[in-house]
Write a protein of this length. Structure first.
Length: 211
């Protein structure tokens, strides 16, 4: 009887552990078609002047989709409860041309130089039916509308201001990956619509998850 009790207790404990996994919202958080815009990610050196190309279009996903790649990022998104979440796999640091060296700032404040192939842009684009192409609608960050924060510590995001800060950075600088070259899942989440950010209220969250 004692052996049966122990075996039963072990089975119950195993079942409890198996059943306590984290679950995330499976709702795909996509901007409605009536909004007329999409998100684009551009990885590597800007040989196309950051033009929003169809090949760079990001896919709307759920927090559960992000959770399959990173529970930490999914947990942060759950806390923020964003209205839209987009994701795309991009290559960073693998461009073999002669990209420009870029300055970036690590989370601890250290200023470093990065290869231009580690830079990328996130933008929101509007479909222009007359020209049959996407038109830049909003850079992220943008000093007027898009204050963004890093959800992973491997990203440099320029400060949300037009004037240069004491380190010489402004919103016009490129976002950059601070770690090794390779494939990453780039996540862009918009927290509210309309986006009405302030210095203390971020409008977007960006993450890089190693593939």
């Amino acid at each position: 009887m004692k052996k049966l009790f122990v075996a039963g207790l072990s089975a119950l404990m195993l079942f409890s552990v198996a059943g306590c996994g984290t679950s995330y919202d499976e709702t795909v958080r996509e901007a409605p078609a009536s909004k007329g815009y999409t998100f684009h990610a551009v990885g590597g050196f800007a040989d196309n002047n950051w033009t929003p190309l169809e090949a760079n279009k990001m896919d709307a996903v759920s927090i559960a989709d992000v959770g399959k790649l990173s529970k930490d990022v999914a947990n942060k998104l759950t806390e923020k409860n964003p209205v839209y979440v987009y994701m795309k796999k991009i290559d960073l640091g693998t461009w073999t041309g002669n990209p420009n060296t870029k300055r970036a700032r690590k989370a601890d404040g250290t200023i470093i130089n990065v290869n231009g192939a580690f830079t990328f842009k996130c933008l929101r684009a509007t479909w222009n039916s007359e020209e049959s192409k996407y038109i830049n609608d909003q850079w992220i960050p943008d000093p007027k509308t898009a204050n963004a924060e890093a959800l992973t510590d491997n990203i440099f995001i320029p400060p949300w201001q037009e004037a240069e800060d004491p380190d010489g950075f402004s919103w016009a600088d490129d976002t950059a990956c601070l770690t090794e070259a390779g494939e990453y899942y780039f996540v862009a989440a918009q927290y509210a619509d309309p986006d009405t950010p302030s210095v203390n209220a971020k409008g977007y969250g960006l993450a890089l998850i190693k593939a």
